[in-house]
Design a protein around this ligand. Sequence first.
Ligand SMILES: [Cu+2]
Length: 167
Amino acid sequence: MATTNLNMITIVIATIMMMILAVSSHDPRIPSTIKVGGDDGWTYGVDHHAYMNNIEMYVGDKLLFEYPIGQHDVVEVDCNNLQSCTVPPGAVRHTSGKDVIDIDKEGKRAFMCSVKDGQHCRDGKMKFSYYFANNRPSVESSLSSEGSTGIQGGRKLGEEKLQGMAN
Ligand SMILES: [Cu+2]
């Protein structure tokens, strides 16, 4: 019992630290390129879903998948295929080792590695889905509302993000 509680606390602290790291590494108000997996890149064994969903992204951002050519690939799939780590016929494989995906419209998108018939996706956690919303917080509005309403704005954002993750 005590061990379980300690593990829980460790997980919570680690999650908070990851969130702080993710938030401090980029300003979500400014369109930017997010490297999937952070410093590790698009690699086997990183919990890509957890990592990406700790990052605030919007329409207008870009995803960068970086990996050694030939070791992995990037395939955009729907949520059913993501679940089963299967690639439907006709799906586009990105294989450059530095694949950039434009987030050009609002909606949920899902990406996986198809290497070894989906084994990297199934066992290596090389998969994630993310809901890209179109309501990027503007620089002007957060500057002009600095002070008492600044904190409120930030809290509201967090709530919206959690709702998106629940879908
Ligand atoms: Cu892979």
